[in-house]
Structures are given as structure tokens and as C-alpha cells.
Design a protein around this ligand. Structure first.
Ligand code: HEC
Ligand code: HEC
Ligand code: HEC
Ligand code: HEC
Ligand code: HEC
Ligand code: HEC
Ligand code: HEC
Ligand code: HEC
Length: 487
């Protein structure tokens, strides 16, 4: 009996070793073995002779372990490179029980020492100062920051943008600290005059490419009824490919080298950031956009032609040029149609404005909300849904709601007009169809608009009572250094 069980043990041992070897081989083939195990992370840390690492591995093990997994650790970028500063540095704090000074909130000024291009591109994007100004206003900026803000080629506040500032004031800081600010501080100025927070996307302290390339990173902010890019992506064929097959994609590929071999379908990052196809990596997300889609009435961007080419160079790595050309023609036509429906709501409101039948205060009566949601929720969602392949958002969370609000708006407007002893609106037959909107906006005596996007009015009335700044007026050409078109 005892003999038998010994040889059994031997056989099981051999089988077990075989299984371990096979699993090991699978892991190596699938690349899993490249990632350090928790054990390896800890042993790498324990070998470090950096005093910051040695003590913080004890005191703040979470931070030390994240850091040990990063490419920074592998490349000898130290805690001190990002945190240690002179006593006089703005925002410097004396380190507890040590002689040196640190920045608890390390800033892009530190990253810039090694990643100059990324910081410069970021500074020229709407993720930088424009995000902050969107709720805080530009009056609050230092002279240097104001100059930077004004020099951003496709910066400026968007038509309709001021309405949100009044929501910010109505809600008060106790609330907005957890709302507007959480998303929009991605571009808040820092005490050392640098701008923004790289960790809004690059979670510390791993600064992992996989994490930042996955679309969940963007869903922190690009979500909800007014900018549902995350929801749209999830229902798009690209999002479905990501969710069903993304496990096999080469998430850690060197920046600038990505091809269709690494990614079978794009994530948000592929289309908006990554070097892919003929387009180089960029941190200026406006570089690939041709419209100001988030505006109440969308105008074309100053560098629309070059920007469009850069985005299309990503698409055509996977799709035929004709397929993408047709897609853009159709999405342009939809954008113009939504513009017309939103301008329709403006023109319907005009008699109330002309006769002083609206209160001066924003958001103090139901009609303000309906009028606002026409463009801020439904108009935008219809556009985003079309451009990013989310049919349910284009239709049921977009165009349908837009029509519904137009009909509600008409009732609210007529009630006010009649109560003031005036005639109700005289709207064309077929209200609220797109055809009726166009008949109302462009009566037969006037020339109808052509389908070409460049004809979209850039000075159209905004859907709020406040005066608006129209972006295209302040914008200039993109400087060539920020244009990332690869040869
Ligand atoms: C002897 C131990 C020790 C050493 C050495 C050490 N730290 Fe710390 N550090 C701490 C402790 C303890 C804290 C406080 C942690 C807490 O508040 O929970 C801290 C806090 C910090 C903070 C946050 C400060 C704040 O106000 O939130 C930073 C940043 C920091 N250390 C960076 C460094 C850097 C960079 C080095 C090396 C140049 C370093 N530390 C060396 C123990 C150490
Ligand atoms: C590549 C730059 C970089 C490196 C390297 C780095 N940090 Fe940080 N660290 C940051 C940034 C950025 C923040 C977040 C600033 C903010 O809040 O916006 C941060 C935040 C912190 C904080 C305060 C916030 C918290 O989570 O408690 C501590 C403490 C800290 N780091 C310690 C360390 C230590 C210790 C090391 C080395 C083991 C290290 N850091 C390495 C960039 C870095
Ligand atoms: C002292 C120089 C230095 C500083 C400071 C620095 N980095 Fe890095 N960073 C590097 C090096 C080196 C690499 C590795 C590059 C490579 O693999 O080609 C890197 C890689 C990265 C990567 C890509 C990670 C990967 O897996 O390749 C990101 C993202 C990144 N850094 C973000 C930041 C941010 C954000 C900051 C500021 C909070 C920062 N870095 C500060 C030197 C630095
Ligand atoms: C969940 C994150 C989030 C919250 C909360 C949020 N925003 Fe935004 N906001 C965004 C995103 C993302 C965009 C970009 C929309 C796009 O381009 O599709 C945006 C766009 C804007 C714009 C238009 C862009 C411009 O610069 O003119 C303004 C203005 C604005 N937000 C103000 C506010 C205000 C004010 C609040 C609070 C009342 C607020 N936002 C709350 C994420 C958020
Ligand atoms: C809005 C999100 C976002 C913000 C904010 C952001 N990044 Fe990135 N970053 C990305 C994405 C996405 C990638 C991956 C690009 C790719 O696929 O190659 C990336 C990649 C990088 C890389 C790797 C090299 C490269 O160019 O691809 C570095 C370095 C980097 N970022 C630094 C920074 C620094 C420094 C800041 C702050 C000034 C910053 N990032 C802010 C999204 C962001
Ligand atoms: C911390 C919040 C936050 C995160 C995370 C974030 N964004 Fe944004 N994003 C914003 C805000 C706020 C705006 C609007 C800025 C404005 O126009 O004022 C914006 C605008 C944009 C724009 C339009 C820029 C323009 O020129 O109009 C694009 C494209 C974009 N983001 C893509 C991304 C992608 C892709 C990611 C993920 C890799 C991402 N964002 C992550 C907050 C965020
Ligand atoms: C297949 C490529 C693709 C993917 C994937 C994609 N987008 Fe887009 N995105 C586009 C295109 C194309 C436009 C409109 C371009 C134009 O204006 O010419 C756009 C527009 C936008 C805008 C509107 C900017 C404005 O003008 O207001 C934002 C914000 C945005 N995308 C964020 C995201 C986020 C966040 C994700 C992931 C959840 C994402 N995108 C996924 C291609 C993509
Ligand atoms: C990395 C490859 C890749 C890139 C880049 C890419 N796509 Fe796709 N696309 C796909 C795949 C895969 C599908 C799914 C094909 C299917 O449904 O069989 C798809 C499907 C589509 C569809 C079909 C939508 C539907 O509802 O059936 C459209 C439209 C589309 N892509 C547009 C674009 C545009 C526009 C861009 C650039 C802004 C782009 N794609 C970039 C891979 C890509």
C-alpha cells in the first residue's frame, strides 16, 4: 500500500510539473508573463536603494506598489523627479520629518521636463484652460494664463456656453465642487503657473498605457444626457468589438507604433489621441475634429479641412476611403439638420424676446429648461450619436426627444403670447418636422441653404438670452508645431 501511494505521488508530481510548465508556456506566449506579479513588484521594491521608495514602501505601500509597476520605475524616474522642489517653489510643503520640500500635488511642470511635447499639445487643447473657463469664467485667469487661453487656436467659449455658468451660480459651490469642478478641473491652473491635471486621465502611480487607452478612462467625464460619448461607444460596433474581443489587443504597444495588428477596432483614444494609420499621436484632441459639435449651433472649426484629414487617416487604416467619405457626407448632413431644428427653436422664441415676455433671470421658469434641453441634451446627443455610431442615441435619446421638446416649447410659447393678448405662433404645416423647420427658417423668397458644411452660419443666434462669443471669431490657424500630420 505504502509503495503504491509513493509511486502514485511520483506520477502526480510529474503530471503537476507538466501542467505548470504548460501554463507557464501559455502565459509567456500570451505575453502575460511580461507583467510583474505582486511578488515580483515587492521584491523589486525591496532591492531599491532610493530612500523615498524604501520608506514609502512601509508608510504608503499602495503608492509604492503602483509606482513599482510603472515604466517610470523601470526607467529610473524617481519619486523626487516628480515631487521634490525648492523651498521657494509655489505650492512647496516641507516633507514631514525630513529636510526637503515636496509638491503633494505634482504638476505638469514636472512632467514637462521629460514630456515637453505632450504638455504643449495638452496646453493647446480644450482639455486645458477652456475646460476650466467653462465654469469659472476667464476673468479669474492671471494675465499670463489669459494670454495663453486667448492664443489657443480652437479655444474660446462655445455658443450657448454661458448658460452653464448661470447653472453653476444657481447651484452654489457646495454642490458644484462635486459636480462641474470634478470634470472641468482637468484644465485648472496650478500655483506654479502650469495648467491642468495629467492624472485626470493617467491614474497615478502606474501611468499605464493600457489604462489610458481603454475607453472607461474617458467615461469619468464623457457621459450623461449632454455628452453621452461613453454610452454611444458601448452600443457602436467599435465598442462591441472592444467589449467582446479587447482582451486580446496589444494594450501596451509603444506609442506611435499602433497598427491594426494591435487593435482590431478603435477605442476613444485610438480615434482622438493615438498615433494610428497616417496620423501621429496627439494630446490636442481638437486636432482631428472638424465641427464644434458641443455648441448650440455647430460651426466648422478654423482648421476643419486638415483636422478632418487627420481623423480620416485613422478610419482608413481599417475602412475604405469611399466608405469613410460617404459616412462623413451623411454625418455632415445630419449636423446641418440638427442645426436647423435648433435654430427653429430660437426663431420660435423670438416673439417672446421681442415682447419682453421672458423673465431676465436664467432657469427660473419651466420654459428656460425646455428651451435649453432642445440643444444642450437632445441636439448634441443626436449629433454625437451619428458621428460615433450609436443609433439609439441618435434616435430615441436624441432626435425623438428634440421633436418632443419642440412641441412642448410651442405650447409654452403660445400660452405666454395669448396671455399677453398676442397672436399664437403661426408655424408651417407638418410641425415639428425638419421640413417645417426649414420652411419657417428659410421662407421660399429667400435662398435655401446648400448642403455644403461651410455654409453653416457661424453667427447664428445662440439658444440663450446671454450674449455669446462665437468661437470662429477669435480662432486663428493652428500653428504648424501642433499639427501632427505624419509624413
Ligand atoms: C523616513 C520615511 C520617509 C522618507 C525617507 C520619505 N518619505 Fe515622504 N512621507 C513619509 C510619510 C510618513 C508621509 C506622510 C504620509 C501620510 O500623511 O499618510 C510622507 C508624505 C509624502 C508626500 C505627501 C505630502 C503631503 O503633504 O501630502 C510626498 C509627496 C512625499 N512624501 C514624497 C517623498 C519623496 C519625494 C521622498 C524622497 C525624496 C520622500 N517622500 C521620502 C515618509 C517618508
Ligand atoms: C511621474 C511622476 C510621479 C512619480 C514618479 C511619483 N509621483 Fe507621486 N504623484 C504624482 C502626481 C501627478 C500626483 C497627484 C497630484 C494631484 O493630486 O493632482 C502624485 C501624488 C502623490 C502623493 C499624494 C497623493 C496621495 O495619493 O496620497 C504622494 C504621497 C505621492 N505622490 C508620493 C510618491 C512617492 C512616494 C513616489 C515614489 C515611490 C511617487 N509619488 C512617485 C506624480 C508622481
Ligand atoms: C524624469 C523624467 C520624467 C518625468 C518627470 C516624467 N516622466 Fe513619464 N516617462 C519617462 C520615461 C523615461 C518614460 C518611459 C518612456 C518609454 O518607455 O519610452 C515615461 C513614460 C510615461 C508614460 C507612458 C507609460 C508607458 O508605459 O510607456 C506616461 C503616460 C507618462 N510617462 C506620463 C507622465 C506624467 C503624467 C508625468 C508627470 C506627472 C511624467 N510622466 C513625468 C520620464 C519621465
Ligand atoms: C461629468 C462631467 C461634467 C460635469 C459634471 C460638467 N461638465 Fe461641462 N462638459 C463636460 C464635457 C465632457 C464637455 C465636453 C462636451 C463635448 O465636447 O462633447 C463639457 C462641456 C461644457 C461646456 C461647453 C464647452 C465650452 O468651453 O464652452 C461648458 C460651458 C460646460 N461644460 C460647463 C459646465 C458647467 C457650468 C457645469 C456645472 C453646472 C458642468 N459643465 C458640469 C463634462 C462635465
Ligand atoms: C484627456 C486624457 C488625457 C490627459 C488629460 C493627458 N493624457 Fe497623456 N495620454 C492620453 C492617452 C489616451 C494616451 C495614449 C496615446 C496612445 O495610444 O499612444 C496618452 C499617452 C501619454 C504618454 C505616452 C507617450 C505618448 O505620447 O503616447 C505620455 C508621456 C503622456 N500621455 C503624458 C501626459 C502628460 C504629461 C499629461 C499632462 C499634461 C497628459 N498626458 C494628459 C490621454 C491623456
Ligand atoms: C476629467 C474629465 C475628463 C476626462 C477624464 C476626459 N475628458 Fe475629454 N473633455 C473634458 C471636458 C471638460 C471637455 C470640454 C472642454 C471645453 O470644450 O471646454 C472635454 C472635451 C473633449 C473633446 C473635444 C475637444 C474639442 O476640441 O472640442 C474630446 C475629443 C475629448 N474630450 C476626448 C476625450 C477622450 C478620448 C478622453 C479619454 C482618453 C477624455 N476626453 C477624457 C473632460 C474630460
Ligand atoms: C471611430 C472613431 C471614434 C471613436 C471610437 C470615438 N470617437 Fe469621438 N468623435 C469621432 C468623430 C469622427 C467625431 C466628430 C469629428 C468632427 O467633428 O469632424 C467625434 C467627436 C467627439 C467629441 C465632440 C467634440 C465636439 O466637437 O464637441 C467628443 C467629446 C468625443 N468625440 C469624445 C469621444 C469619447 C469620450 C469616446 C469614447 C467613449 C469617443 N469619442 C469615441 C470619432 C470617434
Ligand atoms: C482599428 C480599426 C477601425 C478603425 C480605426 C475604425 N473602424 Fe469603423 N469599424 C471597425 C470594425 C471592426 C467595425 C465593425 C464591422 C462590422 O460591423 O462588421 C466598424 C464599423 C464601422 C461602421 C459601421 C457602423 C454600423 O452601425 O454598422 C462605421 C460607420 C464606421 N466603422 C465608421 C468609422 C469611422 C468614421 C472611423 C474613423 C473616425 C472608423 N470607423 C475607424 C474598425 C475600425
Amino acid at each position: 500500500m505504502r509503495q503504491l501511494s509513493k509511486s502514485r505521488l511520483l506520477v502526480s508530481g510529474v503530471i503537476l510539473t507538466g501542467i505548470v510548465l504548460i501554463i507557464g508556456a501559455i502565459l509567456i506566449i500570451s505575453g502575460e508573463a511580461d507583467k510583474p506579479s505582486s511578488y515580483q513588484v515587492l521584491s523589486q521594491l525591496s532591492e531599491s536603494d532610493d530612500e523615498c521608495v524604501v520608506c514609502h514602501a512601509e508608510q504608503t505601500p499602495g503608492i509604492a506598489n503602483q509606482y513599482a509597476r510603472s515604466d517610470h520605475f523601470k526607467n529610473d524616474v524617481s519619486c523626487a523627479d516628480c515631487h521634490t522642489v525648492d523651498e521657494t517653489y509655489p505650492g512647496a510643503q516641507k516633507h514631514p520629518e525630513q529636510e526637503y520640500y515636496v509638491l503633494a500635488k505634482s504638476s505638469p511642470a514636472k512632467c514637462q521636463n521629460c514630456h515637453r511635447q505632450q504638455v504643449e499639445q495638452f496646453n493647446f487643447s480644450r482639455h486645458a484652460l477652456p475646460s476650466y473657463v467653462a465654469y469659472a469664467g476667464s476673468e479669474i485667469l492671471s494675465p499670463d494664463h489669459l494670454a495663453l487661453y486667448q492664443s489657443i487656436p480652437e479655444g474660446g467659449s462655445l455658443p450657448g456656453g454661458k448658460a452653464r455658468n448661470s447653472l453653476h451660480a444657481l447651484e452654489g459651490e457646495d454642490i458644484t465642487k462635486f459636480a462641474c469642478e470634478t470634470c472641468h478641473n482637468v484644465g485648472k491652473p496650478n500655483p506654479d503657473q502650469s495648467v491642468g491635471d495629467c492624472t485626470a486621465c493617467h491614474l497615478r502611480h502606474e501611468f499605464s498605457l493600457e489604462q489610458v487607452r481603454k475607453p472607461e478612462t474617458c467615461n469619468a467625464c464623457h457621459i450623461g444626457p449632454d455628452h453621452p460619448q461613453w454610452e454611444i461607444y458601448q452600443e457602436s460596433p467599435h465598442g462591441i468589438a472592444y467589449m467582446t474581443m479587447g482582451d486580446d489587443w496589444n494594450w501596451d504597444a509603444e506609442p506611435g507604433t499602433l497598427t491594426t495588428v494591435d487593435f482590431a477596432a478603435p477605442t476613444c483614444a485610438t480615434c482622438h489621441f493615438s498615433g494610428f494609420g497616417l496620423s501621429a499621436t496627439t494630446h490636442d484632441v481638437g486636432d482631428r475634429l472638424s465641427w464644434f459639435l458641443a455648441a448650440s449651433i455647430s460651426a466648422q472649426r478654423p482648421s476643419a479641412v486638415e483636422n478632418r484629414l487627420r481623423m480620416q487617416n485613422v478610419c482608413t487604416a481599417c475602412h475604405s476611403a469611399q466608405y469613410i467619405q460617404d459616412f462623413y457626407t451623411n454625418a455632415d448632413a445630419l449636423t446641418t439638420a440638427v442645426n436647423d431644428l435648433v435654430m427653429f427653436s430660437d426663431k420660435m422664441m423670438q416673439p417672446l424676446k421681442d415682447n419682453n415676455l421672458l423673465t431676465a433671470a436664467p432657469f427660473d421658469e419651466p420654459i428656460d429648461y425646455v428651451y435649453y434641453e432642445v440643444w444642450h441634451h437632445w441636439g448634441r446627443t443626436t449629433k454625437f450619436g451619428a458621428w460615433m455610431q450609436g443609433p439609439d442615441y441618435t434616435q430615441w435619446h436624441g432626435a425623438y426627444e428634440l421633436l418632443k421638446d419642440l412641441s412642448e416649447l410651442r405650447e409654452l410659447i403660445d400660452a405666454k403670447l395669448v396671455a399677453a393678448g398676442l397672436e399664437p405662433l403661426n408655424l408651417p404645416e407638418g410641425f415639428p418636422s425638419l421640413e417645417s423647420a426649414r420652411a419657417y427658417l428659410y421662407p421660399p423668397t429667400e435662398i435655401a441653404p446648400t448642403e455644403t458644411p461651410t455654409e453653416v452660419p457661424t453667427e447664428a443666434p445662440a439658444a440663450t438670452e446671454e450674449p455669446t462669443e462665437v468661437v470662429t471669431e477669435t480662432a486663428t490657424e493652428v500653428p504648424t508645431e501642433t499639427a501632427t500630420q505624419a509624413p
